[in-house]
Design a protein. Structure first.
Length: 257
């Protein structure tokens, strides 16, 4: 083959150079395709990672919500359990108080039990137990605590909140701090009833300084005293007056009628 007059190149050289350039282009295309595949793979991997991260965030939110609900349920259960415990303790206190009132036939012991209930369960600091005289014109003190002797005198049934409670037969409770009560304005006054008749009152003048309000158990204790204290006192007094003799069998015949 004759050499090229312009550059001295032969057709063979041109062909080789063309082949080399083509091979280089093919290699570049292959490299670009490989790089493009890597980029696509990386993009897909990045998208998958982002999707996984978003799913992880959703799962974390769901976990936090479930944890919050579990915490609330646990808190509610704890509060309810504490309420059950308190209610059980209150019922136990009421049972003990009622049992103490009726477990003796000694008027002195019944009176002491009433004072123990007032001091230990109600938290009373000063109080008086009054019974009406035969004429039902005065309330005469039969027991007290924290009240000077010159102050502890009979109260007319028309005098103040004590007399009003005796006449109405309804428990009277102050609206303010019971520890700041007074003889003139007692923290609470409880009527004492036998059957349907009021025979006396218990006046709680002040409570201990830490007892700044009456709770539901106190109201239950007040109603317990109103129903049982006077009955226990009357029963014990009649038993002693009879020479501690139990009534004969004839007193119990036909009680089912």
């Amino acid at each position: 083959m004759a050499p090229d007059a312009a550059g001295g190149r032969t057709e063979s050289d041109l062909l080789d150079r063309t082949r080399g350039a083509h091979a280089e282009l093919v290699a570049r295309v292959a490299a670009l395709e490989t790089e493009n595949m890597k980029l696509r793979t990386n993009a897909e991997a990045q998208a998958a990672i982002e999707e996984l991260m978003a799913q992880l965030r959703r799962l974390e939110l769901e976990r936090d919500e479930m944890q919050a609900r579990m915490d609330q349920v646990s808190k509610d259960f704890g509060q309810r359990f504490a309420e059950f415990e308190q209610e059980f303790a209150n019922l136990a206190n009421l049972y003990v108080a009622s049992s103490q009132l009726h477990s003796t036939m000694s008027p002195r012991t019944v009176t002491r039990r009433i004072k123990e209930i007032l001091a230990q369960l109600v938290g009373a600091e000063s109080y008086g137990v009054y019974l009406a005289n035969a004429e039902r014109t005065e309330l005469v003190p039969i027991a007290s605590e924290g009240i000077p002797a010159d102050v502890l005198t009979p109260i007319g049934v028309d005098d103040g909140i004590v007399g009003r409670t005796f006449r109405s037969g309804d428990v009277s409770i102050c609206e303010g701090d019971p520890s700041r009560g007074s003889f003139q304005e007692p923290a609470a006054v409880i009527p004492l009833s036998v059957d349907d008749g009021v025979v006396g009152v218990v006046a709680v003048f002040t409570t201990l300084v830490q007892k700044t309000e009456f709770e539901s158990i106190d109201h239950e204790l007040f109603h317990l005293l109103a129903r049982h204290a006077a009955a226990a006192l009357v029963s014990a007094s009649l038993f002693v007056a009879s020479g501690k003799k139990i009534p004969g069998l004839e007193a119990f015949i036909d009680l089912s009628v």
